[in-house]
Design a protein around this ligand. Structure first.
Ligand code: TLP
Length: 342
């Protein structure tokens, strides 16, 4: 199977498994796990923040961040297709009791002016807006990179209005590799940043939330409250640490493969895609002639796994488990699947 459903399907390499097997561990709820402590220190340093806390998933780091920066009844501003809003099971309402105010972006990106337009004066009629969240790269925006200059303008608006700024940086590593901008530079304008080890980096489990010592102290309390306090978590943290040290640069291969895939798809009748829109490892394309779920089913029968992410929209994600030759074989299969008579 050529599995392009997500970069979350990546499996630990033999060297990563070896690092995990050798990890020294302790009780992380008591901050006694040396490997988790080493991972947290490494990530905090890499992102230029005072502290970090390791959690089981990117959903948890995002949702703990929301809870950390808000109280029930507050308002959070997000892009309309943000993962936090779109794909996290209604958690902002369920776990933090916050309202989501949505800004429709262009491929996931909105401007400082867009933000200013949704902000309202302090008045008892209105929810108190407390937090703005950005996503970089933007998943449903097609792996779009959030331009740093725009992030900085948004951060200025946040400062002016006393709002916190959180980044869902599940794929921040991809933005860094694609632009050459460091994690530290991208993280600077944010109060907290969530990063994932279990996507393109190939670690089996985990994400980290980074920020000031004070905000991470508060986040630790909500990690426990949400059930994310783990015990001998060094076993999995060792995979994350290994991935951080050895797998960041390799994301370029995924980006090159994504471009190859997009270029191969662009001349197929019935497929709509602009290769220039593919900036990282997520390839979104439109199927004009048949419903996306039908194409997905036909491709599965041909040994290719992709996801339908809308009635006529398909997502393919290049990743560690798929090499260039395999990616090159996909467009011909898409063309054949489109022409196939059921
Ligand atoms: N995204 C998954 C699915 O949930 C859609 C995927 O296959 O892309 N932020 C962003 C931007 C993400 O893409 C994801 C995972 C998360 C957060 C959540 O991470 P996990 O799966 O660790 O909870």
């Amino acid at each position: 199977m050529i599995d392009l459903r997500s970069d979350t399907i990546t499996q630990p390499t033999p060297a990563m498994r070896e690092a995990m097997a050798q990890a020294t561990v302790g009780d992380d709820v008591s901050s006694d796990d040396p490997t988790v402590n080493a991972l947290e220190a490494y990530v905090a340093e890499l992102l230029g923040k005072e502290a970090a806390v390791y959690m089981p998933s990117g959903t948890m780091t995002n949702q703990v961040a929301l809870r950390t920066h808000t109280e029930p009844g507050d308002e959070v501003v997000l892009e309309a297709q943000a993962h936090i809003y779109y794909y996290e099971g209604g958690a902002p309402a369920a776990l933090s009791g916050v309202m989501c105010r949505l800004i429709p972006g262009k491929q996931g990106i909105f401007s400082a002016t867009d933000l200013e337009q949704v902000l309202r004066p302090v008045d008892d009629h209105f929810a108190r807006t407390k937090l703005v969240c950005l996503e970089n790269t933007h998943n449903r925006g097609g792996g779009r990179i959030f331009p740093l200059a725009e992030i900085e303008s948004i951060a200025q608006v946040c400062q002016k209005h006393d709002l916190k700024l959180h980044l869902d940086g599940a794929r921040l590593w991809n933005a860094c590799v694609a632009t050459g901008i460091s994690e530290r530079e991208y993280a600077r304008p944010f109060d907290t940043v969530s990063v994932c080890f279990s996507k393109g980096l190939g670690a089996p489990v985990g994400s980290a939330l980074v920020g000031s010592s004070e905000s991470i102290k508060r986040a630790r309390r909500f990690r426990k409250l949400f059930g994310g306090g783990m015990r001998q978590a060094g076993i999995i943290a060792a995979g994350a640490l290994y991935a951080l040290k050895h797998h960041r640069a390799r994301l370029k291969e995924d980006h090159d493969n994504a471009k190859i895939l997009a270029t191969g798809l662009q001349n197929i009748a019935g497929i709509e895609i602009k290769p220039e829109d593919v900036q990282t490892n997520l390839v979104f394309f439109q199927v004009k002639t048949i419903p996306a779920p039908i194409l997905v089913q036909r491709l599965k029968e041909r040994g290719i796994a992709v996801l339908a992410v809308g009635p006529h929209s398909v997502r393919a994600v290049t990743n560690l488990m798929v090499n260039q030759a395999q990616v090159q074989s996909v467009p011909a299969q898409v063309e054949a699947a489109l022409q196939q008579a059921d």
